[in-house]
Write a protein that binds this ligand. Sequence first.
Ligand SMILES: NC(=O)c1ccc[n+]([C@@H]2O[C@H](COP(=O)([O-])OP(=O)(O)OC[C@H]3O[C@@H](n4cnc5c(N)ncnc54)[C@H](O)[C@@H]3O)[C@@H](O)[C@H]2O)c1
Length: 339
Amino acid sequence: MTTDPFLTATELKMALSDASQVFVLVDDNTHHCCLPLYERLFGTSFILLETPSGETHKTLHEATALWRSLLGHKANRHALLVNLGGGVVSDLGGFVASCYQRGISYVNVPTTLLAMIDAAIGGKTAIDFEGMKNQIGAFHFPKGVFLCPDFLMTLPQREVRSGLAELIKYGYIAHPDLLEADGNNYVSHIREAAMVKWRIVSEDPHEHGFRKVLNFGHTLGHAIESHFMNTKTPLLHGEAVALGMYGALWLSVRLCGLAPDVFETYRGIFLRNFTSLACRFTDKDLEAITTLTLCDKKNRDGEVRFVLLKAITQPVIDVAVDKEAIKLALLELQNLMKI
Ligand SMILES: NC(=O)c1ccc[n+]([C@@H]2O[C@H](COP(=O)([O-])OP(=O)(O)OC[C@H]3O[C@@H](n4cnc5c(N)ncnc54)[C@H](O)[C@@H]3O)[C@@H](O)[C@H]2O)c1
């Protein structure tokens, strides 16, 4: 995989005209917020497929409904599916495309910041299953990704912040310029960030090793996200990652020799961008999050493996971290959230 996957409008138009049939998948928000712009750019000769919005609909039930629609419209192997939406639409649509008639082509047109710089790139498709995220899926690479920040005009600020956390993550693992991104200037960083994701993915397309650097901030982040999922104050994925990175940087100073000022600088970034997070950590929350971290499905041999940093742009994968250190990192987070 040498050439990048990003399509110009002309290239996307060509892909659309080459297909036997074009299907555009939207969710109920992107239907009214994004489809009008898509139609202005690419015309109206497509069959519309719609799925309900939100993670709770990234399911086999919705995938089945979409396969049924494709079949009902007699879609053949030369059909093209355009996923117009955030990561839920691209994960679900990509998965549907990966299995329909053993795989049809699809294009991602991401409409959230998180999807533009992350979810739409890299060929990982999935649905949630039996209450667990991304349990069923396939690697199936899109024919291309069309990046158009104009779609973000209608995106709620909270969703923007969630994507911003992932964008800042790339600043730590690969591209320090991205550490300058904030809620005002993020649009100018989208393409660089998307290229970072693409470069990492193309070095390790099937996640055998190096691609794990993308999990920086995610070990604690996933545990925090899962813990708050069924409460009155659920967190968006990127919000949990912003917290997880705080813990990971704190651990990096102690375990990998990261310079303390890198952690302090992130503290400033966090306070500028993410203090509106509604969650507070009680002692009971800390216990539960520690337990969830110890149960992470990526653990091996009873040890929790983190991605930490030796320095900015020098991630270290598979660092074993014990329960005491995890607890201390979470205590730091508890103190931060009291501010
Ligand atoms: N495949 C991957 O490599 C990968 C990587 C990261 C995340 N993901 C997945 O991505 C998903 C999260 O993606 P997300 O954060 O984009 O969430 P999402 O797709 O649920 O979108 C967030 C919300 O914004 C709405 N929306 C989307 N675009 C809009 C727009 N332009 N204007 C107004 N509203 C809009 C959606 O309808 C939804 O309500 C998760 O399921 C996660 O597992 C996948």
